[in-house]
Write a protein that binds this ligand. Structure first.
Ligand code: 6PG
Length: 257
């Protein structure tokens, strides 16, 4: 049964997510000297990132020991309005003392395939010398401490969309995907990396997600599920942090935080 925490509104959700980020960062840095965290794109997590950069939270994080990654990226330049990197730079990076070398963005100024390969190399380099990495097909898989994910109304997460080859990928750590419905290229982490994480947390808000969230939280027969249902950390925890609007149809499937 997935763990679901329900918050009154999107502001409560953002605050709780920022608090968990601070706690997990402290735990990871104490245990391993660094905090490897992949951020979600889209609109939901933006307020969490702004809170982390605020006076209330920023001083609680040992930023020089934090390594930022992304769950996915749109194949646009890093200063493009659609760029997940640009969103995080504006909300967070420009306001906290995180060293440039700790920013592991997906280089979508390259071609989609080149960006995926480059990002995969970055992930493998991060895994080098780390104990306990899962090994998929010879590549060391980094065990990130936290991966934040969103969920689309179609049940996609990161840029793993219904029917995409990323759903069944078992070797590559990152893939370039042409998303028909968006008519756009994306680069995404694959389930190989996502499911190796110590903690995966979905942030979902709004009534438009209620129907999909109810379906996502119900066990689904193999292959009939939503992309979010491939997220099953093999040695980590999975937590859904949602607001009441998104949880309106989940009833007994969720508890109140
Ligand atoms: C992206 C995200 C994507 C997002 C969902 C939910 O690049 O857009 O990675 O997976 O998390 O589409 O987006 P919202 O938070 O905007 O609803």
């Amino acid at each position: 049964m997935p763990i679901v925490h329900v918050y009154p509104g999107v502001a409560d959700l953002a605050r709780a997510a920022a608090e968990r980020f601070v706690d997990l960062a402290a735990e990871s840095i104490a245990a391993r000297g660094r905090f490897l965290v992949a951020l979600a794109g889209g609109s939901t997590p933006g307020e969490t990132y702004s809170l982390l950069a605020s006076d209330q939270f920023s001083a609680k994080v040992d930023w020089p020991r934090v390594h930022l990654l992304w769950g996915d990226e749109r194949c646009v330049p890093p200063d493009h309005l659609e760029s997940n990197y640009r969103m995080v730079r504006e909300r967070l990076l420009n306001r906290v003392p995180l060293p440039d070398g700790n920013v592991h963005r997906i280089p979508c100024e390259l071609s989609p395939e080149e960006a995926a390969r480059a990002y995969e190399g970055e992930l493998i380099a991060l895994a080098a010398g780390e104990s306990g990495t899962g090994r998929e097909g010879g590549n060391a898989v980094p065990r990130l401490d936290l991966i934040l994910l969103g969920m689309g109304e179609d049940g996609h997460t990161a840029s793993i969309f219904p029917g995409s080859e990323a759903l069944v990928e078992r070797r590559r750590l990152a893939l370039a995907q042409f998303v028909e419905k968006l008519h756009a290229w994306r680069v995404t982490m694959t389930p190989v990396v996502i499911n190796a994480a110590r903690m995966v947390t979905f942030l979902v808000a709004g009534s438009s997600k209620a129907r999909t969230l109810r379906k996502a939280l119900q066990a689904s027969p193999e292959g009939a599920g939503l992309p979010v249902q491939v997220v099953q950390p093999w040695a980590g925890s999975l937590l859904w942090m949602v607001d009441e609007d998104a949880a309106a149809l989940t009833g007994e499937l969720s508890d109140n935080a």
